[in-house]
Design a protein around this ligand. Structure first.
Ligand SMILES: [Zn+2]
Ligand SMILES: [Zn+2]
Length: 296
């Protein structure tokens, strides 16, 4: 164990909370100063649910897993479990490789949540937001959060990720998720440059499109490389960022934005298959839009 790594555990929640507070405040200010799209439902209708669920998620995770993912990494380190605890690599290299591998795992997990019907029931709540802004980046069902944390524990144990790498990854993932869900207008040249390294809001917004082929693209949260590598990259939405429809076909009533409705969504019937297993709707006709719904 590297000296001082136990103290990571003591400061883990404070570091994460401080980073969360700083990033959400910065993104809200950016959204107010330079918004990308006009929100169709406004903050008053969406924020209580989205912020309510992140508070609930945090409490549930703290109660169930008080030592969090960093604690799992420290336990594996002490027992010599996992690749990087068995193979002697320079600490910096093991940290960098762990962050990249954890991000690949999150990408694959996201694809899985779109492919398996029971998992889509949990993940679809993230997609049911009728607008997309910084708070969408923390809008995940508690069951999805717990399940993805268990998957993360397993990945940490297999790769033997250093505790610092786990903390860096968790702070990074939380920050980039809030960044790439933000309703901010970035100059196209800046977007192209940033998109080489980090998933940008214009890239992730495509994933929140109501069109299935767009929902099934741009699964990355941190690094944009996995989508390009595995052929799921889609640079722009077909209807453009202003005209595209955000959300999924079901749960379009504004009452679905309430916290209680959000929490019960996984129990409600799924009338259709998961986005990954669905066929594209019939080609657009004059009376039907590309999403298969009658045109207004
Ligand atoms: Zn998704
Ligand atoms: Zn998203």
């Amino acid at each position: 164990m590297i000296p001082g790594s136990q103290s990571l555990l003591a400061y883990e929640s404070a570091i994460r909370l401080a980073a969360f507070g700083a990033v959400i405040a910065a993104m809200v200010l950016w959204e107010l100063a330079a918004p990308k799209r006009r929100l169709s439902h406004g903050r008053g209708a969406r924020w209580p649910g989205n912020l309510g669920v992140v508070i609930l998620d945090t409490l549930i995770v703290r109660i169930l897993f008080p030592t969090a993912a960093v604690g799992v990494a420290l336990a594996c380190e002490q027992r010599g479990w996992g690749l990087f605890n068995a193979v002697a690599l320079p600490w910096g290299l093991a940290t960098l490789a762990s962050v990249v591998l954890l991000d690949l795992a999150i990408y694959l997990q996201h694809v899985l949540f779109h492919a398996v019907p029971a998992l889509w029931r949990l993940h679809r709540m993230h997609h049911a937001d009728l607008d997309i802004d910084v708070t969408t980046g923390v809008r995940f069902h508690p069951a999805e959060i717990v399940l993805s944390l268990l998957i993360k524990f397993a990945v940490i144990a297999v790769i033997g990720a250093p505790a610092a790498a786990v903390l860096i990854f968790e702070v990074l993932l939380n920050a980039t998720s809030m960044f790439n869900h933000s309703n901010i207008a970035m100059p196209p040249a800046a977007d192209r440059l940033v998109r080489l390294l980090v998933v940008t809001p214009d890239m992730h917004r495509v994933h929140h499109s109501i069109l299935r082929r767009e929902t099934n693209s741009n699964f990355g949260f941190n690094f944009p490389w996995w989508d390009r590598l595995f052929g799921t990259y889609r640079p722009e939405p077909a209807h453009g960022h202003q005209a595209m429809t955000i959300g999924i076909e079901n749960f379009r009533d504004p009452s679905e934005l309430r916290l209680d409705r959000m929490l019960l969504q996984p129990l409600r019937p799924e009338p259709d298959k998961t986005p990954m297993l669905r066929k594209e709707p019939r080609p657009a006709s004059p009376s039907r839009g590309e999403d298969g719904r009658p045109r207004a």
